[in-house]
Structures are given as structure tokens and as C-alpha cells.
Design a protein around this ligand. Structure first.
Ligand code: NAD
Length: 485
């Protein structure tokens, strides 16, 4: 028998306590060797003044056990509250989100009877870095951060997962035809890492057509790897089209810590009525049992759950006259699974967790070799509201601003060139990007030149809202050109 493993458990809000009780009862009956430490998270904790929904002492338990089984919480409405999930993922470095999305046809109604996809979502970066600013009266921005170590970790994690679970193909979705540097890096690193795994097929789709294909023909995919935002949206789509978002479990894995949960929220309208389907949390817990090295328990629970679905014992969300046999509550559903522990599904595919799955999959990354970096200019962003917002007026005002070889070469508004030779039709906001480089962008300068430019612009009474340095890395321009440049 496995040694007892300490885990931290939070029952959350809404239907959380009911589905957690059901899940723990099933794990216990299946022989899980767990030592449970309980913490409070969610609504009550937010109300006590903890802006992230978790109290300081709860972190001690997480640091001790390193494994967190978490029920959904209700996020309070209104400003001032931070997302508990994002806080936990980032604080504990849970860089990968794993969501198996599987159809259970004909026992769960779905338009996609053949669907068995694992979605791997990068969990820490992208637009979720939470770095947002209002810069002018009219303009807000959110920084999209994509790092090489972040891409390497998640891409290796995806291919290691494919090997461990016998998956054949990893598909990457990005929008690198538009975001050439950020999504471009994600795609490039995917290709580099894919080359280390010749036994696994790989392919890349632009996310828009990829998403359409996923919604229409999910059987074309085996595993899909995505940056954070696309992964957040499309993993919900994928879970929903299997038949119910209530069936999806999710694992958040980092180098040292891991958190397991259901995909769905706290469904407050169903709370306290013994109605909720505990399957999402249970399948999250199944992933946890594999992770902590008790795969035989995971296998027993997962197969008993499949047999229960197959026997037509369904909670209200899955119940359908004709296919279902009995409509049951949360507790009765858990009891039905417990009664079937040790049996296997007859029609649905039996689950086997082999030795390979037991090893903890990790996404290594190589240290980045610093490149030779030359400064070839600067973008100075201005909040400017001149008469009629005429770009030629702003160009004229800035025409004398020079330092070293850096001078004004371009002004854009929302990324579109408006000076010199802009088109009169282009709509202009109060937010201007003014690019200073040498005429051909080929002569490096120093930061002193940038400071001199800033002093001159400031002396003209203009409102500088930010700057971005323009660099070459190993001789290659490392910034996007303005549309029309
Ligand atoms: P939800 O997932 O709670 O509910 C969506 C719909 O699905 C509802 O009709 C609900 O009744 C149904 N549903 C969800 N889970 C079910 C289950 N296990 N069994 C049966 N039916 C189920 O989403 P929502 O209503 O948008 O959000 C409710 C609250 O949950 C919000 O406060 C939201 O912020 C929070 N939330 C939390 C998490 C989390 O903690 N991980 C995730 C998503 C939403």
C-alpha cells in the first residue's frame, strides 16, 4: 500500500462543498492514501478583507503539501478583488493547464461523438500578466508577455505528456501571422521542441481557423497546445462540445506544485440542493492521484465512473429520457460510483494508467544565451490632442528633434502610419507612436541619445506617456515595423 500523501483541500463556494464531499468519499472508498489539510478560500475569505480570496496562513499548508485539490469559488462582483485562480497559478508557478476533453457518446448527448482531445494551455504569461494601463483619455493597453523559458517549458511539457500518455500528435495554435514576435516566439519554440520528439507528430494552425476546425471536426485533433488566452477560451469550448462543461477536470502543474480542480464554476443557483454533478472535480482528482503516484486508485475510480455513466445513472445536467436510466443527486451519484469500484466499462473505452504516467511530467528549459544587442532607436509615445489631430502638424513640431543619428522617421496611430505621407482617411485617436531612428534604421546609438530626444520632446511641452527601445539582437531587427513603413 502506498504511503499516505498530504494534500491541501478547499471546499470553495456554491456547489463546491457538495461536490468535494462526494469526490473525497469516492477517493476514500477506492483506497486513496491521503492526509487531508483543509483551508478556506473564496467568498468568506474575500469578505474578511483578503483581496485574493486566500488568507496568509493557508499558503503555509500549500507550501507543506505542494498539492492542492480545489473546489470552485464564487468571485465577488465589483472592483478591488483579484482572481484567486490567477493568484495561485502565478504564486506557485503552475505553468501548465491540462484539460482532457472527451465525448461519452451515446451516454452523454453531444454533436461530436468521436472526440478525445487533451488541451494544454500555458498558464502564466500572455495577456494574463495583468499589466494594463490607461495612457490617454481614449486609450488603454494590456501588455502581452511571451517568454522563451515559458514557451520551452510548456512545449516540452506537452510533448512529454504525449509520450507518457501514448498520444500521437500535438497541434499548436497561435496568431503569428499578425503577432510575429510574441506568438511568433511561441510557434518557433514549438517547432524547435517538436524536433526533439520525432516519434510524435506536430502541426501548427492559425488560431482562428484552428478554433473553427476544433468546433466543427474535433476528431482531427489529439492534443492542442496554446498560449494562455486562446487556451482559456478554447478549452471551455472544447469541454462544452463534449456534452457538458460539468464533466471537465483540470490540472495545473508547475515544477514543484500542482493544483487540481473542475473546469466549471460554483453554480450558486444549484447550491445546497444535492443536484450538482461532481464529475469535473472527480476527474481533476483522478489526475491528482496519478500525479502523486497512486495511479491504481486513479484507474479504479475513473473506470467505475465510466461504468456509472454507461449504466445510465445521471445527474440532472446529463439526464435524458431514452439514454438515462435514473436521475440521481450528488450523493447518490457518488454512491453509485462507489458500488462500481473494481468494475470496468463495457462500451466506453476503459482507462489504463500505466507506469509511464506515474512519473511527474516536467517541462525543462535551457538557459538563454544572451545575444549582441544594439540600440537602433526609440519609439516615444505621446498623448497629443492638437487641432483636428492632424499628424502633419505633429510631424512638423517634432521635425527639429534630433540626437546622434536618431531623428523622426515615422508617426503611427493605432499602429497605422500617419506621417510622413499618411492617408487622410485614417482615424486618429489621442495616442501617437513617434519613431526615432537613423534614416535607414542601420546606425546604432546610445541611451544618452534617447535621453536627449526625450528632453527635447519634453521641452516642446508634449506629454510623453512611454518609450520603447528599438533594438537589434545579433544584427536582426527586434521590433515590428509600422503598418505602411
Ligand atoms: P458555472 O460554471 O458556475 O455555471 C454555468 C452553468 O453550468 C450553470 O447553469 C450551472 O448550473 C451549470 N453547472 C456548472 N457546474 C455544474 C455541475 N457541476 N453540475 C451541474 N450543473 C453545473 O459558471 P457561472 O455561473 O458563470 O459562474 C458562477 C460563479 O463561479 C461565478 O462567481 C464565477 O466567477 C465562478 N467561477 C469559478 C471558477 C473557479 O473557481 N475555478 C471557474 C469559473 C467560474
Amino acid at each position: 500500500m502506498a504511503a499516505k500523501r498530504a494534500i491541501t483541500v478547499a471546499s470553495g463556494d456554491g456547489i463546491g462543498p457538495e461536490i468535494m464531499d462526494a469526490t473525497l468519499a469516492i477517493l476514500d472508498a477506492a483506497g486513496a492514501q491521503l492526509e487531508i489539510e483543509r483551508i478556506d478560500i473564496g467568498e468568506k475569505v474575500y469578505e474578511q478583507g483578503h483581496t485574493s480570496g486566500i488568507a496568509n496562513e493557508s499558503w503555509d499548508s500549500l507550501r507543506r503539501t505542494k498539492v492542492f485539490l480545489k473546489a470552485p469559488i464564487t468571485t465577488p462582483q465589483g472592483g478591488g478583488f483579484k482572481s484567486l485562480n490567477v493568484t495561485i497559478r502565478k504564486t506557485l508557478g503552475l505553468y501548465s493547464n491540462v484539460r482532457p476533453c472527451i465525448s461519452y457518446h451515446p451516454y452523454v448527448a453531444t454533436k461530436h461523438p468521436v472526440m478525445d482531445i487533451v488541451i494544454i494551455r500555458e498558464n502564466e504569461e500572455d495577456l494574463y500578466a495583468g499589466i494594463e494601463h490607461q495612457q490617454t483619455d481614449e486609450v488603454t493597453q494590456c501588455l502581452k508577455i511571451i517568454t522563451r523559458p515559458g514557451c520551452e517549458k510548456i512545449a516540452r511539457f506537452a510533448f512529454e505528456y504525449a509520450r507518457a500518455y501514448g498520444r500521437k500528435k500535438v497541434t499548436c495554435f497561435t496568431k503569428d501571422n499578425i503577432m510575429k514576435l510574441t506568438d511568433g516566439l511561441f510557434h518557433k519554440v514549438f517547432d524547435e521542441v517538436a524536433a526533439e520528439y520525432p516519434d510524435i507528430q506536430n502541426e501548427h494552425w492559425i488560431v482562428d481557423i484552428g478554433a473553427a476546425k476544433l468546433a466543427d471536426t474535433p476528431e482531427a485533433f489529439d492534443m492542442i497546445l496554446m498560449p494562455n488566452l486562446y487556451g482559456d477560451i478554447l478549452s471551455d469550448v472544447a469541454a462544452q462540445i463534449t456534452g457538458s462543461v460539468g464533466l471537465g477536470g483540470s490540472a495545473n502543474i508547475g515544477q514543484e506544485y500542482a493544483m487540481f480542480e473542475a473546469i466549471h464554476g460554483s453554480a450558486p443557483r444549484r447550491a445546497g440542493q444535492n443536484m450538482a454533478n461532481p464529475s469535473g472535480l472527480l476527474l481533476g482528482a483522478v489526475q491528482m492521484m496519478v500525479y502523486i503516484g497512486q495511479p491504481e486508485v486513479a484507474e479504479k475510480v475513473h473506470n467505475a465512473w465510466l461504468k456509472t455513466l454507461e449504466d445510465g445513472i445521471h445527474t440532472y445536467d446529463l439526464f435524458k429520457e431514452g439514454t438515462s436510466v435514473e436521475k440521481v443527486g450528488t450523493k447518490e451519484f457518488a454512491q453509485a460510483i462507489i458500488q462500481r469500484l473494481g468494475s470496468k466499462p463495457q462500451k466506453l473505452k476503459e482507462v489504463v494508467y500505466n507506469k509511464e504516467n506515474r512519473k511527474q511530467i516536467q517541462g525543462r528549459f535551457n538557459p538563454t544565451v544572451p545575444a549582441k544587442k544594439d540600440l537602433v532607436g526609440v519609439d516615444i509615445f505621446l498623448h497629443w490632442n492638437g487641432v483636428n489631430r492632424n499628424p502633419n502638424d505633429l510631424g512638423k513640431i517634432l521635425s527639429g528633434v534630433k540626437s546622434g543619428s536618431f531623428e523622426l522617421v515615422l508617426i503611427t496611430n493605432r499602429g497605422v502610419k500617419v506621417f510622413p505621407d499618411g492617408q487622410p482617411e485614417t482615424f486618429c485617436t489621442d495616442h501617437w507612436r513617434c519613431r526615432f531612428t537613423s534614416k535607414k534604421m542601420d546606425q546604432p546609438g546610445s541611451y544618452e541619445h534617447v535621453l536627449a530626444l526625450l528632453n527635447q520632446v519634453h521641452a516642446l511641452g508634449l506629454d510623453i506617456i512611454k518609450t520603447e527601445n528599438l533594438n537589434r539582437f545579433d544584427g536582426k531587427l527586434a521590433f515590428s515595423l509600422g503598418q505602411g513603413q
